[in-house]
Design a protein around this ligand. Sequence first.
Ligand code: ZN
Length: 243
Amino acid sequence: MRVLVISDIHANYTAFETVIEDAGKFDAVWCLGDVVGYGPDPNACVELLSEQPNLACVLGNHDVAALGRMPLESFNGDARRSLLWQERVLSADSIEFLETLPQEAMGGEHVTLVHGSPRDPVWEYILNTLSARLNFDAFETDFCFVGHTHVQSMFHMDLERDRVSLDIPRVGLPVELSGRAILNPGSVGQPRDRDPRAAYAIFDTEALTWAPQRVEYDIPSVQARIREAKLPEKHALRLADGW
Ligand code: ZN
């Protein structure tokens, strides 16, 4: 099975639509949360996501906040302004979809899916080998797919040496997975690794390969909708810089 792995769409419909087109044929979509927050198109993104085949999707911190389940003080001023706006514009269908999402899900037999980390599914950022090492004890499967940092990355655990290394895999080159690994496909709608192209990955469940991908999309049209909706200017500017 060829799986499209995505995360952190952040209400950026243009980036999401471009990723779906660029990914080619896929049998399933695994989404690692933060469908909403920051961007101008929360309802369109939820709708497109809900139409995807064999969808597995977990909750991100922005999704939890948009459902009113988390105090907005946990977010910085600009993120909070976007969330207040989303609470106003989210349709009943979007809310219903987000309300069904779990904090953790299984991707086939081999993969645990969470937004942040297996030990703190909604909030923890896995940014370095220390936090990755601590998290390998918190899931049972060989692999765990995470989002939240908006950085395409891969933490591999060498089982013989009990050592964890961080790799930034080359775009388009499939990596054969072995041992155990924590993998992040990067962010569809707001990349933060100084590469403004939308990020995703293709996971092959039989070959156990992981191929990180990037694709250019029409950033100015998203910036125009952010300004039209009077969302924070910072959220428009950062898209062009990829941070
Ligand atoms: Zn996010």
